[in-house]
Design a protein around this ligand. Structure first.
Ligand SMILES: Nc1nc2c(ncn2[C@@H]2O[C@H](COP(=O)(O)OP(=O)(O)OP(=O)(O)O)[C@@H](O)[C@H]2O)c(=O)[nH]1
Length: 375
């Protein structure tokens, strides 16, 4: 019987900062731990858990058995009904109760918040008696996108609309994004600056300064290049990654003392809203698509509209594997991740998150890449 509290790591950070990539690396490389995963998405379609399942499945084929997430399929819980900070009681607590009932089979819990969530309300839930009895927050790890922060923005690249706004000196950067970054950083026990492979050495200092203004000196900042984890995982990464899962901060004990913009607005009697109230998301569902045309159309949309994040899967005719589509700001990437399953419908699905999105216009633009079914 597990008498010790199960440690839970909360991974937070803005849209596209690299949270799922970190979780996938932890699942692949940290051996000897039975890990349960809770993934929370802002969009109604859960792409991240599908990517993580893909990772766990490929581990099953190629890695030691105990290197995989617990029970692969059922070890990943999706919370896709809104940001976790607003659905703690309805969504998070029932999942935690399920996990606590199976606590002898779990060594660690990894929680990925949505990119728009505030970590504080989630971590406060670890002080509820039914959770506190069996579980503690090992650490709140806040990921930030190095090149985006260095560029003075809180997404990797701003779209045209935002760029025009930024060009106007009378307007500061989007305050909702700035406050979200502040609030995610203010809760951090550890800050990870990702995408350092894309960060100019001169910009590193800017990022260091910005983080130092927002977190106490006792909070460590690590600069990481996750493209290494993605492209050429090395044995030496395992120790570094494993260290992220043994910080022992017991963050729930001090979480009430964390000061943040959201609480301040609330105390001032402002309407109870979150940064995510200012964002829209839409899901585009298509059949098989011309991969090049889809990439071309999506790139045009990224440049034209205020899109912070687009992600999903494309079904390309004649290709046995599904293509992952990833866009952060205006940077678009794609790769094939796994074979389509037997009987799995070959569908294209994309989640797009941004501001003032016109979902009909987005759908019409992307539907032009769809291949007509010849019945
Ligand atoms: N070059 C580079 N790319 C990275 C790095 N970390 C993440 N990425 C890429 O950035 C994109 C977004 O990464 P994710 O891990 O999905 O980001 P996320 O924070 O989970 O995104 P959301 O769940 O949508 O908020 C993907 O295309 C990743 O491959 C990094 O260190 N270097």
């Amino acid at each position: 019987m597990n008498l010790n509290k199960i440690p839970a790591t909360v991974v937070t950070g803005f849209l596209g900062s690299g949270k799922t990539t970190l979780l996938a690396s932890l699942l692949r490389q940290v051996t000897g731990k039975r890990i349960a995963v809770i993934v929370n998405e802002f969009g109604e379609q859960d792409i991240d858990s599908s990517l993580l399942r893909g990772c766990a499945l490929s581990c099953e084929e190629g890695c030691e058995e105990d290197a995989t997430a617990m029970e692969t399929e059922s070890g990943i819980f999706e919370l896709a009904n809104g940001c976790i900070c607003c659905t703690v009681e309805e969504e998070f607590l029932p999942v935690m109760k399920k996990l606590m009932a199976r606590r002898d089979d779990i060594d660690h819990i990894l929680i990925e918040t949505s990119g728009l969530a505030l970590p504080k309300p989630l971590v406060q839930a670890f002080n509820w008696p039914e959770v506190r009895q069996h579980c503690t927050v090992d650490a709140i790890i806040t990921l930030i996108d190095g090149p985006a922060v260095a560029a003075g923005r809180y997404a990797s690249d701003v779209g045209k609309v935002e760029a025009q706004r930024l060009a106007d000196d009378s307007l500061d950067h989007d305050p909702s994004l700035r406050e979200l970054l502040d609030d995610q950083l203010s809760a951090a026990d550890l800050v990870l600056v990702s995408k350092t492979d894309l960060l100019e050495p001169a910009d590193r200092k800017r990022v260091e300064e910005l983080v130092a203004q927002r977190v106490p000196a006792s909070v460590k900042t690590l600069f990481i290049d996750q493209s290494l984890y993605i492209n050429q995982p090395r044995a030496s990464d395992s120790a570094q990654l494993e260290a992220l899962m043994g910080i022992g901060a017991a963050s729930e004990e001090s979480i009430d003392r964390i000061d943040n913009h959201h609480d301040r607005h609330h105390a001032e009697g402002a309407h109870h809203d979150h940064a995510h109230d200012h964002f829209d998301s839409c899901v585009i569902r298509l059949g098989e698509v011309d991969g090049d045309l889809l990439a071309d159309r999506l790139q045009q949309l990224l440049e034209r509209y205020e899109i912070y994040r687009a992600k999903g899967f494309a079904a390309i005719p004649g290709k046995p594997m599904r293509r992952v589509i990833q866009a952060v700001g205006e940077r678009l990437d794609g790769y094939f991740d796994r074979l389509w399953g037997q009987g799995e419908p070959r569908r294209t699905q994309l989640v797009i998150i941004g501001k003032a999105l016109d979902s009909e216009a987005l759908h019409a633009a992307l539907a032009s890449a769809e291949i007509e079914a010849t019945a």
